[in-house]
Design a protein around this ligand. Sequence first.
Ligand code: FEO
Length: 170
Amino acid sequence: MLDKKVIELLNDQVNKEMYSAYLYLDFSNYFKHVGLDGFANWYEVQAKEEMDHAMLFVKYLQNNNVAVELAAIAKPDVKLTDTMTVLKAGLKHEEYVTDLIHTIYDAASKVKDFRTTQFLDWFVKEQGEEETNANDMISKMELFGGDARALYLLDSELKSRAYSAPSLVL
Ligand code: FEO
């Protein structure tokens, strides 16, 4: 049986990942509305990945005989005013999620729950990639966002991001 605090944090993470999906769906809707279909696609794929993350936490809890408790998903709370604001909010959110994953990892380590730390190893690596991706988006926007033709090409590049299922299977 998993430790009570670890269960609570893992269960909360289901909601945090679903909120991430909601937040990125909101970003995607914003970009669709302003005509940046490539950015919209990029965040739609991101939203799907976040739902996968939520399901991985659900499956892990189920596999450990824990009754998963679902909570309401909050309304996305980022003011979507312009592209750079959205991209920076994305990075800030990923840094927050990294902290959440590290907090669960820390709680599991304290009770020598190596099954959970091993499960979380995938997420620790994934968060590194998520932060890199978010930083790259900001860098590209800083470089090319001010030029209409370059922005058009960047948007076209982002259209090519395709969804693929997570490499971690439970
Ligand atoms: Fe599920 Fe973007 O972290």
